[in-house]
Design a protein around this ligand. Structure first.
Ligand SMILES: O=P(O)(O)OC[C@H]1O[C@H](O[C@H]2O[C@H](CO)[C@@H](O)[C@H](O)[C@H]2O)[C@H](O)[C@@H](O)[C@@H]1O
Length: 282
């Protein structure tokens, strides 16, 4: 059975709600650290080998499945192997914290104009990193409408983050961007969107019903808050924290608010499979 022990009472209510009303249930999932194991090189990240199959088994049983990610939507689709998968014909991917939207039905990404501040940050970032003394291994991920500064491959990733936080905040602010902190990364991105707004907008489209959300990082906290608001309205919900399997500590704020902490993407895949099993067995 893929439903882990030790879930909160509210989480058990969430599971019961999903099983009672699958056709009204939205299943929302983060990508890196939740569907895809964390790896040192962001370009090498790929979904857990069982992820697409678990999603494809669950999707026809529920209202909808949506991936809500900081990645560009097209990148999550590619790294997730999520295009042209039987069972995932209705999949939605909300990328760049909700700024982009990809639908399996069209295979296209819809997104607004790139924020003008991104070009300025892109131009100034190398000099800003040099001035700040960014250690060897600091790596910039250019996501088109945002830039991520990764420290995972430096000798001391946390110290590197501490060193870079203030200079990157100053650079972002001068170009009207914000800094989104994550697991060994500081992302300079436009304000006005986050996973909470993205998920709230998506849930409003789908109507009232149970919701499952799984995430692993600070950027998932606004989505947790969106789910907690639904729960306060009396709708069943299940909050899942995908705990790190890399040796790093879990994101405490997330683990403390989750109904259950599972061991990384393998645990998420098992839980999704367990939900599908329970729905089919009802
Ligand atoms: O919202 P997510 O799907 O969780 O995306 C958040 C960021 O994830 C990626 O970085 C993280 O995963 C990398 C690959 O495992 C890892 O090397 C890095 O340390 C993590 O922070 C991605 O590179 C970013 O673009 C996403 O915004």
């Amino acid at each position: 059975m893929g439903i882990p022990e030790g879930m909160t009472a509210a989480g058990r209510d969430g599971v019961a709600g999903v099983v009672a009303q699958p056709s009204r249930t939205v299943v929302a999932l983060d990508f890196d650290g939740t569907l895809a194991p964390i790896v040192a090189d962001p370009a090498s990240a790929r979904a857990h080998p069982g992820a697409a199959a678990a999603l494809a088994a669950l999707a026809p049983l529920v209202d909808s499945v949506v991936v809500v990610t900081g990645r560009p939507a097209a990148v999550a689709v590619e790294y997730g192997g999520l295009a042209d998968v039987p069972g995932l014909e209705r999949l939605t991917v909300l990328g760049q914290y909700g700024a982009e939207r990809w639908e399996a039905a069209t295979g296209e990404v819809v997104a607004p104009e790139v924020h003008p501040g991104v070009a300025g940050v892109r131009a100034e970032l190398p000099a800003a990193l040099a001035r700040a003394g960014a250690p060897e291994g600091t790596w910039v991920e250019d996501k088109g409408r945002a830039l991520g500064v990764h420290t995972r491959r430096t000798a001391d990733p946390d110290a590197a983050l501490d060193l870079l936080r203030a200079p990157l905040a100053e650079l972002a602010e001068r170009h009207a961007l914000i800094v989104e902190p994550g697991r060994m990364v500081l992302e300079l991105r436009p304000p006005g969107v986050d996973k909470g707004a993205a998920l709230t907008g998506y849930l409003a489209e789908r109507g009232p019903g149970p919701v499952v959300y799984a995430g692993d990082d600070l950027g998932d906290l606004p989505a947790y808050a969106a789910v907690e608001r639904r729960r306060a309205e009396g709708l069943p919900a299940l909050l899942v924290c995908s705990g790190p399997v890399t040796g790093e500590p879990p994101v405490r704020e997330l683990a403390d608010r989750a109904d259950v902490v599972v061991p990384g993407p393998a645990g998420v895949v098992e839980l999704l499979s367990g939900l599908a099993e329970l729905i089919r067995a009802r």
